[in-house]
Design a protein around this ligand. Structure first.
Ligand SMILES: [Zn+2]
Length: 130
């Protein structure tokens, strides 16, 4: 027996320092990460603290224009998703892939942004092959 039920729960939560920087970067057509001022550790998407030394003294820095696919998958409807990492940054950005060919591990890609951006994760349309 299967029982399904849903509960509506409207809520808002603050984006925090890191995600605010990320969303502002998307609005400006950039991918932003964080860099620790103490140890230099970089991560994308950005965080408000360093995962390496736990310092809260971080700055927000732009990621390179080009990243590389480290893994990908496709859905039955044809949507393809790629996890893209950037040189010098831990972490990565998971998003749609668009292109005639299938993505592959190591493929160099760049983000494609909407013309009108509002500071949303949807400002990033997809990654495309370079
Ligand atoms: Zn650090």
């Amino acid at each position: 027996m299967e029982y399904r039920h849903s509960i509506e729960n409207a809520y808002e939560y603050p984006a925090g320092r890191g995600m605010t920087a990320y969303l502002e970067g998307l609005r400006d057509g950039k991918l932003i990460g964080s860099e620790c001022k103490s140890c230099g550790h970089r991560i994308i998407p950005p965080l408000g603290f360093c995962t390496n030394c736990i310092s809260y003294d971080v700055r927000f820095v732009e990621a390179p224009d080009i990243g590389r696919v480290v893994t990908w998958t496709s859905e039955p409807d044809g949507n393809r998703w790629v996890l893209v990492c950037f040189d010098g940054f831990e972490g990565g950005v998971l998003h749609r892939f668009s292109g005639a060919q299938e993505p592959y591990i190591g493929m160099r890609v760049r983000p494609k942004f909407r013309e009108r951006r509002i500071g949303s994760v949807l400002d990033l349309i997809c990654f495309e092959s370079v």
